[in-house]
Design a protein. Sequence first.
Length: 165
Amino acid sequence: MTATDNAAVARECVLSGTPPLLLLCSASSESLSASARDFVRDLRQGGARVEFHAPGDAESLLQSANRLLAEIPLESLLASGKQNPPHLLIIDDAESLSSVEAASLRRIVQGLRGSPFRTLLLARCTRAGLQRLPISEVTDLAMIWDIDGLGESEIELSADMDAPV
């Protein structure tokens, strides 16, 4: 797949909420920043609301999620996530998340499945390097977009997830 194809698949992931978490990884800060910037710009133009979070502690992660959730009407939380624009929690430097933050993120994402709440993790590491980090605790909930890939960038859906429709 080309980078454009991967961006389209990733966009559909965020819009549909299947899966509710998208992880972009690259060993190159420049590649990750450029891809994430273009991707988020496209989502914002489509009406997505975003909230940024920098790793620090689980309490600040919950506060970031709560700020985003405060803007979602209650009936939207109960309705299908695809009917409403996504509310996207973007976590930059996701490779720095602690195991406590990763566990909190897992509970948040699992508790809000089906809602417009989505999470985008930006990790400056290789795909293989993810397994040595605390964020590996949430990769089973994620679609992983390896921007470096082999030749072209690669997108991988977790084994227990169905492809977005």
